[in-house]
Design a protein around this ligand. Structure first.
Ligand SMILES: Nc1ncnc2c1ncn2[C@@H]1O[C@H](COP(=O)(O)OP(=O)(O)O)[C@@H](O)[C@H]1O
Ligand SMILES: [Mg+2]
Length: 466
């Protein structure tokens, strides 16, 4: 079984689509069962899709949560990293599925994945509190125009992404608020979303122009043996996946659309790299091509469980976007690497290594050592290895990478600004040019009239004198 759970969700027809529907357009999906459906494109060609689960328009928010998010949330509390992503064109139901009508909306029926995950997480923590002491921290970021903004502290407008050997991908300096219960977490999520809304009006963007990531770090201190384990749970509400040319966008909006398309293509390229080629051969995976893929590197690259909800409109008027969303989902279904089991489970769930490579063997031994050693021991051993020159400190290399990424991102943004300024200048020059042309035309006209009147008066004069 593939480790990425891929589901499709078709929202109900919107009122506009119902109106179009009356004028002859139809519905592009015909359900077969809970996993299979037939999709009809605008040329009336039919495709049968098989996914882990299909949620049709009458599906309940609770059903989506139970199938797609609950197992990942449970694993994250048990220190196995997990990621839940909503993907699809603008208006397809990503935010509705993720948040529901509002994070703190109490309607049990309409509540989205995020508040359900938060409730479920604290419920599970309560039921396991005799075995371990838990600490939950929350961060919230938005990726807009290839910049990572901290939604819990707007002064941090360009968070850098670093890779740490032990903890994986890290958002350097991001705000992490400790949350002790569901109500507190939802309150912070609400403030974060409000910050996103402020950003929107200031930058004149709508939420579909940026990716939003909710990050939970769940640390578990075992009562029995004092071991510390951490699970990371990331929920991502992606920006709309529609093609830039379809939106008829111009200027800044077009640039936003291009950046979104670029980061979503980068996500597609990473998925392609992970699903093509032999599983043993290490082929290049272009995680560094976008901030989104870099943040999701651990989730995509085998250190995490992942669920993808492909949100779709059921209307034939959106058939081509829906088809591309479904194809994206099918591709993601083929990511095969297994999630790295947490320290507790690794011994039990690991397959016996009959034909393991050198790298796999080394990894297995290191995992085993990690199980037996404390974090302190590992750090000391690492220090000795660095001093002896056996391994290199990743930090210094990461600093260089980060500085490079920062410079690239600054250059791109300043180029955008320069292009925008140039566009304004060109428009001004065009207007000026038009004015000059009109003036010249007027001058020419009056000159012509002047010459004509001079000619007529001299003609009259000569006529009467002769
Ligand atoms: N499953 C659903 N049931 C009812 N309404 C939905 C559903 N999915 C989306 N909607 C409605 O459709 C509209 C667009 O959904 P939204 O989640 O904002 O789209 P996206 O985030 O993909 O741009 C919203 O008005 C939302 O309430
Ligand atoms: Mg949205």
């Amino acid at each position: 079984m593939s480790r990425v759970t891929v589901c499709a969700r078709f929202r109900p027809l919107s009122s506009k689509e119902i109106r179009d529907h009356r004028d002859g357009s139809g519905v592009c999906v015909r359900g077969i069962d809970a996993e299979n459906f037939v999709f009809q494109d605008d040329k009336e060609d039919e495709f049968t899709f098989s996914l882990d689960r299909v949620f049709y328009e009458d599906s309940a928010q609770a059903a989506v949560y139970e199938f797609l998010a609950l197992p990942i949330m449970r694993d994250a509390v048990n220190a196995i990293n997990g990621t839940i992503i909503t993907y699809g064109q603008t208006g397809a139901g990503k935010t509705y599925s993720m948040e529901g009508p509002g994070i703190q909306d109490s309607d049990e029926h309409k509540k989205g994945l995020l508040p359900r995950v938060v409730d479920g997480m604290f419920e599970q923590i309560r039921s396991s509190k005799d075995m371990a002491r838990y600490t939950v921290k929350l961060s919230m970021v938005e990726i807009y125009m290839e910049r990572v903004r901290d939604l819990l502290d707007l002064s941090k407008g360009n968070i850098q992404i670093k890779e740490n050997k032990n903890q994986g991908i890290q958002l350097s300096g991001v705000t992490e608020v400790p949350v002790s219960d569901s109500a507190e977490a939802l309150q912070h999520l609400c403030s974060g979303l409000a910050n996103r809304a402020v950003g929107e009006t200031q930058m004149n963007m709508s939420s579909s122009r940026s990716h939003c990531a909710y990050l939970f770090t769940i640390q578990q201190d075992s009562v029995k043996d004092k071991r510390v384990k951490t699970g990371k749970l990331i929920l991502v509400d992606l920006a709309g996946s529609e093609k830039a040319d379809k939106t008829g966008a111009e200027g800044r909006v077009l640039e936003e659309a291009k950046t979104i398309n670029k980061s979503l293509s980068a996500l597609g390229n990473v998925i392609n790299a992970l699903t093509s080629g032999s599983s043993n051969k290490a082929n290049h995976v272009p995680y560094r091509d976008s901030k989104l893929t870099r943040i999701l590197q651990d989730a995509l690259g085998g250190n995490s469980r992942m669920a993808l909800l492909c949100c779709c409109s059921p209307s034939t008027s959106n058939a081509s976007e829906t088809l591309s969303t479904l194809r994206f989902g099918m591709r993601a279904k083929h990511i095969k690497a297994s999630p790295r089991a947490s320290e507790v489970k690794s011994a039990k769930t690991r397959e016996e290594p009959s034909s393991e490579t050198k790298d796999e063997k080394r990894g297995r031994i290191l995992e085993k050592m990690k199980e037996r050693m404390s974090n302190e021991d590992i750090k000391m051993l690492e220090e000795v290895f660095i001093q002896e020159g056996i391994i290199f400190s990743l930090d210094s290399m990461e600093e260089v990478d980060t500085a490079y990424e920062d410079t690239v991102s600054k250059t791109v943004i300043s180029l955008h600004q320069t292009v925008e300024k140039l566009q304004v200048k060109v428009k001004k020059l065009e207007a000026k040019n038009k004015g000059i042309q009109e003036q010249a035309l007027r001058n020419h006209e009056s000159d012509r009239l002047g010459r004509m009147s001079r000619f007529i008066s001299s003609w009259y004069a000569s006529f009467f004198t002769s």
